[in-house]
Each structure stands twice: as structure tokens, then as C-alpha cells.
Design a protein around this ligand. Sequence first.
Ligand code: C2O
Ligand code: CU
Ligand code: CU
Length: 471
Amino acid sequence: MDNTCGLTRRQLICGLAAIGQSGGAIAAGLANGADEKEPWRAEDGLLSASLEVSQRWIRLGETSVHSFVFNGQFPGPPIELQPGETLRLRLRNLLAEATNLHFHGLHVTPSSPGDNVFLSVPAGDEFDYEFTLPADHPAGLFWYHPHVHGNTARQLFRGLAGCFIVRGEVDQIPEVAQATEHFLLLKDWAIDRLGEIPEPSMMERISGREGPLVTVGGRVNPRLTLPNGGLLRLRLLNASPSRIYRLKLEDHPLHLIGTDGGALPAVRSVDELLLSPGERADVLIQGERNGGSYHLFNLPYDRGAGMMMSRGRLGQPETIATISYEGAVERQRLPERLVTVEALPAPKAEIRRFILSEGGVGRLGMRFLINGREFAHDRVDTRVRLGTVEDWEIVNLGRMDHPFHLHTNAFQVLDSAGAPELAWRDGLLVPASQRRRFRVRFADFSGRAVYHCHILDHEDLGMMGVIEMEA
Ligand code: C2O
Ligand code: CU
Ligand code: CU
């Protein structure tokens, strides 16, 4: 893309390998990786690539960690496609356990060889994924991660995540195109003294596992630069299995231009941004100051049930990245308008209700339920007709917040008066003891997919259901 003096303007923190410098104690076992990774892109409409999943030592700041990685690096290689292009991706599983892939947020077929989370790739085996993005697929930041029921939280927590970028209309808006773009994949880690990632206790699984170290694109407190007058575009992705980020940039408002599934109609300026597991945000920062460094804070957030997951850190903001002023440019403005988002039409059907509860005690400890049942691979819980619009109400009877996520189709959140938000999302945070609604159209793809709590330990402990979209 835009190359200036041999430097790429897009600094892909998303693709930064954790390893930069040598000299680690276990350097021989460390994975390789370039400092700044350009994403994989298609040629003549096709991107053919392979992802190898293995266990490796990587470096996160000062710490070496025995992680799970895609192609030897954390985060995994960023993938970038345009609407209408095809991905052919070979997954080679070099782990000693089964894994698979999910393409979070993409509107693609949920059937094999597409985004099928029901299949599992055994240890030592491989699978060829292939799908084509619809020609009208919105531009946005999506991501990939494993989705083997029972092990999803564990495999993601160990490092299996990567960005999936779809380029399109919003990227061509001149003000947006001018901004310096960074992909900030947020992920927390628990690492023991030997560099291993400990298995969580049952209580930690019930809370949803968290770790005290937060990395941003595989780096600890990275420094981003911004010229006075300039614009930064931060593509935030919460790739933590359980942690909810409450982000605030010191002395700067955040100008939100996009949510999970694409751009907004206009800029929405906020002081703070809550980012639930799986959620993305597209944010512009204006270089309004004359110098200095500003912290990107993660503020305390209580997601319920007197969580011990915060390890005593609740109550203290932590710095996860720093923005430093360097130089000055002619003032870059915020865009006036972004893209058209049409409200989905009100449905004819009755509202569909999903009750989330924490409670059942099963043979494997506490279970998490939707409508009183835990996930079963072969049972269809919800049947919908392709082409129809429905309103879904998610009722949280639990004591913890549950971020509800639906595969295949993005939705519009309804406010308390029933009006749809003009924004595409695929996750909805339902706070403890509350209910929330969204409107969704089941478009283009028939087949089976899932919905679940994106606190992935809850998903692994049963809080997932199967939807069949029938032609
Ligand atoms: Cu990011 Cu079904 O998940
Ligand atoms: Cu998903
Ligand atoms: Cu949950």
C-alpha cells in the first residue's frame, strides 16, 4: 500500500511478532518473526496460505512464555481481504490436542469448508478452509481463533489469535485514509515462574480466566507516536477470553468510527470505551496537544460476582500503551460522514428469548446454561428462516456479566424504546440481572452455527447454543 521512502505507513502492531531482539535465555527455542508484519493479501481475488499451530517459546516484553502460536508468532499473521475475495487456508495442527478455526464476525458460510466450528482438526492432522467474502461484505476488523468446545478459552489464552481485516468503503474516506493506522490486539496472560501458562482453578474458570500481564499486539506498553495536528486510527480488538477492558486515553477523547461489524454513519466521540471479549472498535485520535506522552489506560471494571480474577488490581488504572507526540503536521480533520447504515425493518415474528443462567452443577463442576440447557453438539436449539428478521432478547439471570455473541450474522442493538442502533455488532454485553435486545437478519447463508457467551470459559462450561438457518 502507500509506501513512502520505503517505510510502510501502516504499522501493523497486530502483526508484530513477540520476538524482536535476540538474547533471550531460551533464544534457541524462540519463534522467529519480523518486527512489523504486513498482512497477507489476495492476488487476483485469491489468498492461499497456511497456518501452522504449535507450542513454542515466545517473548512478551521481559518474559518468556511457553505459548501456542500460529506460524511461530503472536499474534498470528494478519489476514487482509477485500469483499468478493476468496481465502484458502490450510490449518496444520502440530499440537498434541485437537483444534480448529473460527472467523469471528465474518459474514461467510458456517458450513464446511467455511466457518464451521463443529469440525475439529485432530492432533497432527490438517484441514483446508475455504470461503468467499460476499461482494457487499462490510469493511471492518474481524479475527480468527480456535473454537473447539471445551478448550476454546484455554487455546485462546495460550496465544491463538490473529486479526482479519476487510478493506472497503470506510478505508477510502480521505480523512480516514490519511490517519496512521495501528492494530491493537489486546490480550492478557498468566505466566508462572517457569514461563508456563498455568491451568486455572475451577473458581477461575467460573469467573472466566484472566492474567495480570496485558499485551498490545504482543508488546508490553508499546509506544505509538502522533504528530501535533495528526490523526491516529486505532483498530482495537479484545482477544482476551474473559477480561473486559474499559479504555480511556489521557486528555484525549476517543472518536469512534466503527464497531464490531463495520463503520458507523458518523463519528461518535466518547470519553471511555468498554470493550468486551471478542469486541472491536475503530477509533480516531486527534493530535490536539503540543507535546508529551499520554497513557492509554485500562480502568477497573467489575464484571460481577466479586471477581477474584482481578488479583487485587481492581481499583487501579493500568497503562497498556503510551501515545507520544513527535513533530507536527498540518491539521488533519475528522470525517464529517462515514458510511450508510440502514436500520433493519421491524420483524413480524415474536421476540425470541434467551435466558442465561449460572447454576447447574454437573459432573464437571458448575455449568453455564442458555434456556436451562448446556451446549450439545448435535442438538439444534434455535431454528430460523433464511431471509427473515428477528428480535432477540437476552436475559441475564446470573450474577456475572455475559457478553452474548452470535456467529454468521451481525445485528443492531435495540435501545430501551426499541429503536435499532445504526451500527453492526456481533457481541452484546448483558450485565448481571439485566436484559438487552438486538435485531438481526439471517441473510445469505443457511446451515448451522452457534451463539454463546464470549467469556470463553462460560462457553466451554456450556453457555452455547446451536442455531440452524433454514433455506
Ligand atoms: Cu470469537 Cu464463537 O467466537
Ligand atoms: Cu464468533
Ligand atoms: Cu458468560
